[in-house]
Design a protein around this ligand. Structure first.
Ligand code: HEM
Length: 454
């Protein structure tokens, strides 16, 4: 799509199967979609597969624009993903990152992909539903099955008018099966939480952990009826599902960051030196220093990783709710809109000279570059989207990404066994709604700063 846009311009109307699809690939066009006409593009298209998976868009991520979406999103933003709540999970992050580091210290070769997936899954699981979740593996397996189905490029989604294609593709059937399996697990988790809350009525926290988990917060809101429109159990399960679905991206970006640092040893050295200067004497990463922005180069590394490897490369699709104009082009109502965040991050116009190079230093080259950030105001770098539908999980996701990356660089040097030239590390991407590395990442850890608890 980037190559097509180079030929046909930053606003292209394609027909993908039967679906009219607008692809925007410039900063100006992205601003039109996510800022100037944000309300007109604030809905999501519901493909047959997604409709099955989300019960007709009853979650937040894929919900059509409207009161239900607004209500659930507000609960997620205010009650679950606020700065205060993200901070409350600091102990969870410390515990899970430390567990990963201990596992690395015990192995001559470390499966980085599996370790990062486990780190993100376990941290999210503890934050969302508490420490004692016996259904963990089933839930994660089902979510893993959902992700490729959510990509939107299943034949049933591209030729919605054809019943034969729908039947042959099987995607809708698989999405329904996933939804049912996730629903059964969430039912059990919610029932168990309710029982524990009843047992502990008056004093305890019901989840088994030392901090209130997301599910407890939601169940309390359900019980005390403090919201204008009370949350029902269906709402709660959809919100929890989205927390899991949204979080997976954190492991995608961590894996890309480690791969880029391996390929670019000078960046690795500089980042590790900065982290060790800050934390080696304390023996562990300290989130206060991370939040205070003391580790500037680490932040540049993370921004540079998001620039080259937008984890959701086409963002989550939007749909026009009314006829609209984008940079002078008419866009009919009902057009699916893809913002090519991946192409924006690699565009020579915004990243002059070396857009394909991993060079975190670019963010210290001048004041304008240093000011570019991830919060949806700079449309050349929009890994979390922008506007009304922007990712509400950014603070939660970034807190873990920063902490985990700092921990990996503090305690170990990293090498790829058997790879003489790190520049040759394979960087092929896998196709999906999220773009992870195609191949695994087996690394050799060389201990530099002792890992606590060993
Ligand atoms: C590195 C981490 C993450 C990345 C790169 C990411 C990226 C995105 C993107 C691109 C969107 C669509 C934005 C748009 O349409 O403009 C999105 C939406 C969303 N994300 Fe994230 N996300 C991340 C982490 C998380 C986490 C940790 C959570 C939850 C705890 C989360 C929950 C959501 C939700 C609920 C939405 C839907 C928002 C809506 O449609 O109103 N995300 N995310």
């Amino acid at each position: 799509m980037r190559d097509l846009a180079r030929r046909h311009g930053p606003v292209m109307l394609l027909r993908v199967g039967e679906v009219p699809t607008l692809v925007v690939s410039s900063r100006e066009a992205a601003r039109e979609v996510m800022k100037t006409h944000d309300v007109a593009f604030a809905s999501r298209p519901l493909s047959a597969t997604l409709r099955a998976m989300t019960d007709g868009g009853r979650d937040i991520i894929f919900a059509p624009y409207g009161d239900r979406w607004r209500r659930l999103r507000k609960v997620a933003v205010v009650e679950l993903l606020s700065a205060r709540r993200v901070l409350s999970f600091r102990g969870v992050r410390e515990g899970e990152v430390a567990a990963m580091l201990r596992a690395a210290a015990a192995r001559p070769a470390f499966d980085m992909r599996a370790a990062l997936a486990t780190l993100v899954a376990d941290t999210t699981m503890r934050a969302a539903v508490g420490d004692r979740c016996k259904h963990r593996d089933v839930l994660l397996r089902e979510l893993e099955r959902c992700i490729p189905l959510a990509g939107g490029f299943n034949p049933a989604d591209l030729w919605p008018s054809s019943r034969i294609v729908g039947r042959l593709s099987g995607a809708v059937r698989r999405a329904t099966a996933c939804r049912d399996a996730v629903r059964r697990v969430l039912d059990s988790i919610v029932d168990e939480h309710l029982e524990r809350m009843d047992d502990m009525a008056g004093g305890g926290n019901g989840g088994g952990g030392e901090v209130e988990d997301f599910l407890q917060v939601l169940l309390k809101l359900h019980k005390d009826g403090s919201l204008e429109i009370p949350l029902n159990m269906d709402d709660i399960k959809h919100i929890i599902f989205d927390i899991f679905a949204g979080s997976e991206t954190s492991s995608v970006v961590l894996e890309w960051a480690m791969a880029e640092l391996i390929r670019n040893p000078r960046s690795m050295e500089r980042a590790a030196a900065e982290v060790r200067r800050a934390f080696a004497s304390r023996g562990a990463v300290d989130e206060d220093a991370l939040a205070g922005g003391e580790l500037r180069y680490l932040r540049h590394v993370i921004r540079e990783t998001f620039r080259l490897h937008a984890p959701v490369p086409l963002l989550v699709p939007r749909v026009s709710r009314e006829p609209c104009r984008v940079l002078g082009y008419d866009v009919p109502r009902g057009t699916t809109v893809l913002v090519n965040a991946w192409a924006l991050g690699r565009d020579e116009r915004y990243w002059p000279g070396d857009p394909e190079e991993f060079r975190p230093e670019r963010f210290e080259d001048d004041d304008a570059m240093a000011a570019v950030d991830l919060r949806g105001a700079d449309f050349e770098l929009v890994p979390f989207g922008a506007g009304r539908r922007m990712c509400p999980g950014m603070p939660f996701g970034l807190a873990l990404v920063e902490h985990a990356l700092a921990g990996l660089l503090l305690h170990f040097d990293w090498e790829v066994p058997g790879l003489a030239d790190p520049a040759k590390l394979d960087m092929t991407e896998e196709f999906g709604i999220t773009a992870r590395r195609k191949n695994g990442l087996l690394l050799r850890p060389i201990l530099r700063v002792p890992v606590p608890g060993l």
